[in-house]
Design a protein around this ligand. Sequence first.
Ligand code: SF4
Ligand code: SF4
Length: 188
Amino acid sequence: MQLTNKAKAVNRSPLTLMERLYFPAILKGMGITFSHIFKKKVTINYPEVTRPFSPVFRGLHVLNRDAEGRENCTACGLCAVACPAEAITMDAAERLPGEEHLYREEKYAAKYEINMLRCIFCGLCEEACPKDAIYLSETFAPSNYSRKSFIYGKDNLVIPHPQNDPEGFARAKGLIQERKEKTKQQTA
Ligand code: SF4
Ligand code: SF4
């Protein structure tokens, strides 16, 4: 039974001499190709050239440090609970005496991982975090050949330490601040 009238009968009549030569079809195809040479390009030479990001773009995550370089995350797990893709896993640990310069809270994430192949970049982890610890940046996950390389651990996520890399730290903090302001404008 035919449900719509969209179906078209296929023309199965034998090819004409011109159709069998194929040249007219090839020339037509070349004509279409050449006509695009003079049109405005819709592509860009990435990565040398990049497009401006949309104000609502959400990219790779970063884990924040405070001004003294201590990790903000207290491994409360709220981001993991909020994550609809179950992309976040972590192991919590107790801060030991003498580690106050490393972790801001008494509990910290000894392991923190995000599976970027699962992540849908919704930003709910950022919204759920009560410690100003996780943000989404304007960076893509670089392509790779193995699934394992898309599991980002603390070595990929935590922003640079202010003593080891003051420039990197300042840059990351600036981007986090920018992100905060954009989020505020979106929700205003
Ligand atoms: S951005 Fe969304 S999907 Fe990705 S880790 Fe955060 S909550 Fe999960
Ligand atoms: S990133 Fe924020 S919400 Fe997630 S475990 Fe750390 S402190 Fe909690």
